[in-house]
Design a protein around this ligand. Structure first.
Ligand SMILES: Nc1ncnc2c1ncn2[C@@H]1O[C@H](COP(=O)(O)OP(=O)(O)OP(=O)(O)O)[C@@H](O)[C@H]1O
Ligand SMILES: [Mg+2]
Length: 337
């Protein structure tokens, strides 16, 4: 199978690296179809979009017509010879800003229905990227229901459909999880072996692999950000502090919460207590932490699960910092307030 090329830091392009198990899982979906929409969530920048795009290649190999949409950035990839479908998706992306995003999200579902109902395609896949930010968290459940409808109301004699959606939005997981309309599966940052493979694609000069691993925790987007800042980790940390207004956040905390946050910097599992839940939820909302992490059983995860606990990387059993850099940003903001 062809490994796709991906834009990385600056002008650098890399080849899709590793994620061997995640690719196998897509092959499995392609062979059996998905009985429920698969909703994949994970740290921002861990590689969800890259995996969805590589999945198009897998599905093509299995003879699927596949539609990938990224409504937030008004982008799509349509692998089908039904020209009308491609044209309509293209037209939707050209609509006025604010309209195009939602239109693309709903149109993609209509197009898939037509591929099945009118064009009689036997194998169809729809891959949806970050749709919940566009349609609003409160409508996330309804959108997933309409994805489920695609699976449930296939006409007689129909072969297979694959439905996958990805999100880094912690809150949408709660909204979607309230219904039994999907299978929610987490994905984590790359494994050390996988990260090594990606790191080998980065030209010299670069720090030793071990240093990059400790800073990124295997998150490819943080790696790209470090490269873009000439390996100045302070710059990357400060940008998170500024971008998330972390000083305002810290200032809004009670004395207790501030103490708990300091403890969480050392061990994120200390947040997993009744009275600390409101603080934990705020950190999830700020996309700094992933909470309620499932057991590390392979069948619960896309690709390889993270380690059971690795405090150096900020990973606890139940709660984890998205990356060591996210944790450093919080630490930095505490010091500054
Ligand atoms: N397996 C991989 N091999 C090579 N590059 C990768 C891989 N996974 C991700 N990348 C690159 O790392 C960066 C971040 O990945 P990507 O955008 O896919 O993450 P994401 O989880 O979708 O992020 P977000 O939460 O912001 O949507 C991108 O430049 C992407 O091309
Ligand atoms: Mg993405």
């Amino acid at each position: 199978m062809r490994r796709i090329k991906l834009p990385f830091a600056g002008g650098l392009e890399v080849e899709f690296a590793d994620r061997g198990r995640a690719i196998k899982q897509v092959e499995d979906f392609a062979e059996k179809g998905t009985r429920y929409p698969i909703i994949v969530f994970g740290p921002e920048g861990c590689g969800k979009t890259a995996w969805l795009k590589q999945s198009i290649e897998v599905l093509r190999k299995y003879g699927y017509d596949a539609i990938y949409i990224d409504p937030l950035h008004k982008k799509f990839i349509a692998y089908t010879d039904v020209e009308d479908a491609v044209k309509r998706l293209a037209n939707a992306t050209a609509e006025v800003i604010g309209v195009a995003e939602v239109k693309l999200a709903t149109l993609a579902i209509d197009v898939v229905k037509e591929l099945i109902g009118i064009w009689r395609r036997k194998y169809v896949a729809i891959l949806v990227d970050e749709v919940f930010q566009v349609i609003g968290i409160e409508k996330a459940g309804m959108y997933v229901k309409s994805l489920l409808n695609l699976v449930e109301y296939l006409p007689e004699g129909y072969e297979k459909i694959v439905v996958i959606a990805a999100t880094s939005e912690g809150l949408s997981r709660i909204e979607i999880g309230r219904h039994r309309w999907s299978e929610i599966m987490p994905i984590w940052n790359m494994t050390s072996e996988g990260f090594k493979e990606l790191y080998a694609e980065i030209p010299n000069p670069k720090p030793p692999l071990e240093d990059a691993w400790k800073m990124t925790g295997g998150n490819p987007d943080i790696l790209a950000k470090l490269i873009n800042s000439n390996w100045n980790s302070n710059e990357v940390i400060e940008k998170i502090v500024e971008g998330r207004k972390l000083r305002s956040f810290i200032t809004s905390l009670s004395i207790h919460e501030r103490k708990w946050l300091l403890e969480a910097v050392e061990d994120p599992d200390t947040l997993f207590m009744r009275e600390r839940m409101p603080l934990l939820n705020k950190l999830v909302e700020l996309n700094l932490i992933v909470d309620d992490i499932p057991e590390r059983k392979q069948y619960l995860w896309i690709d390889e699960p993270p380690p059971e606990r690795n405090l150096e990387l900020g990973i606890g059993k139940h709660v984890a910092w998205q990356t060591p850099i996210h944790r450093e940003a919080v630490k930095r903001a505490i010091v500054q307030c």
